[in-house]
Design a protein around this ligand. Structure first.
Ligand code: GTP
Length: 355
């Protein structure tokens, strides 16, 4: 079982959005790794009585603890800056004392990448910190004389260099993979927002247009027939006016759920506009589409919506797609029928041959 302090540490603080989780955990894991590394260094230096380097590890641990504190306080930029500063400071002094042969300077590579971590950090600050790390790296190579005789490490230079390489590569990988997961999550979110309606989670109009064009092409290429239905909530304005927008939103979401659940997987439903929905019924003619829409109409009419237990009806315009018809033409035909349904007193389905 995870001890309660560790559990608390990995419990995301209130106010951190799900989209910021990779950033939060990336910074937290990097800071915890920094803390652990400094602890190990402290023990190692204590073992060989190197008191100054021990105190350096203590200061390093303090900086990483501060970084953890800031990330918990949702101050991601401050946490990153403290981490980068710790790495620069620590590496600079270490290399000044023991030289470059032991590879402590390699930790500046993950520092460059870590500098770019927080999304909220401005570009100039990120660039500046990255370049400072690189300038420090170059300066250490240029100014610090090579030393291979630092006691008691004189016979272990290549082994310590290998350990430094691994210890630099691991945080580099952690930071790069965290940045990658932030990127993937953001791309998925963008794709979702481009295709779906935020409130009802149905397809949005833009994506529906694309589907409709595809279905038109399929029909022209000899694919099966399909139907399109436009449906609009009746007197929705009065629901908003009498019960408020929040209840109006609830009604929209609940209607969307009914439409989605009661259509086949191969059909498609979208939020066409404010209180209007569009449906594609695939591989069916008007005679089989009508009972489906009638079923939806009856289901909605017999359901009570929202916490206010409202009854709601919709008006419907239903058409079958003709060959060589544009998406715009299809929607216009369905819209004319929907308008007719409204004029007929609402809560009804209108087809083209209805007089
Ligand atoms: N709550 C909520 N209301 C919305 C949203 N989008 C549009 N509306 C409302 O939907 C209402 C549409 O009103 P109208 O176009 O007059 O239509 P109606 O009252 O449904 O009347 P008919 O369509 O003629 O039956 C307006 O009051 C809009 O503010 C939304 O996302 N949430």
């Amino acid at each position: 079982m995870m001890p309660s302090a560790a559990k608390r540490l990995f419990t995301v603080p209130e106010g951190v959005d799900a989209q910021d989780y990779p950033e939060y955990f990336g910074i937290l894991v990097a800071a915890l790794s920094g803390l652990v590394v400094n602890f190990i260094l402290f023990v190692a230096f204590a073992y060989i009585n190197m008191f100054f380097l021990m105190s350096l590890s203590v200061s390093g641990a303090l900086f990483w603890s501060m970084a953890i504190y800031f990330v918990r306080k949702k101050r991601f930029v401050a946490a990153v800056n403290i981490g980068v500063f710790e790495m620069m400071f620590h590496v600079g002094i270490m290399v000044w004392i023991v030289g470059t042969v032991y590879g402590a300077q390699l930790i500046l590579w993950p520092a460059v990448v870590y500098a770019a971590f927080s999304i909220n950090k401005n570009k100039l600050q990120t660039k500046l910190m990255g370049y400072l790390c690189l300038i420090e790296l170059a300066a250490l190579y240029a100014l610090v004389p090579e030393q291979t005789n630092v006691r008691p490490f004189e016979n272990y230079a290549s082994l310590i260099f290998l350990i430094s390489t691994v210890c630099s590569a691991i945080p580099l990988m952690i930071v790069l993979l965290s940045i990658k997961s932030v990127q993937i999550r953001q791309r998925k979110q963008l794709q979702y927002r481009a295709n779906y309606d935020n409130l009802t989670k149905l397809f949005n109009r833009g994506f529906f247009d694309t589907l409709l064009e595809y279905d038109n092409k399929t029909l022209a290429d000899g694919g099966g027939p399909f139907c399109v239905c436009l449906a609009d909530i009746d007197h929705f304005k009065s629901i908003n006016d009498e019960h408020g927008h929040k209840i109006g939103d609830q009604v929209l979401v609940e209607i969307a759920t009914i439409l989605n659940r009661n259509l086949r997987k191969s059909d498609a439903v979208c939020r066409w506009g404010g209180e209007e929905f569009a449906i594609i019924l695939r591989r069916c003619e008007l005679s089989s589409a009508l009972p489906v829409i009638e079923k939806l109409k009856n289901l909605i009419a017999s359901t009570t919506f929202s916490s206010e237990r409202l009854t709601v009806t919709l008006s419907y315009g239903l058409i079958q797609a003709n060959e060589a018809e544009t998406s715009d033409g299809l929607i216009k035909r369905a819209d004319v029928l929907l308008y007719k349904a409204k004029r007929r007193g609402r809560d009804c389905i209108v087809l083209e041959d209805d007089s």
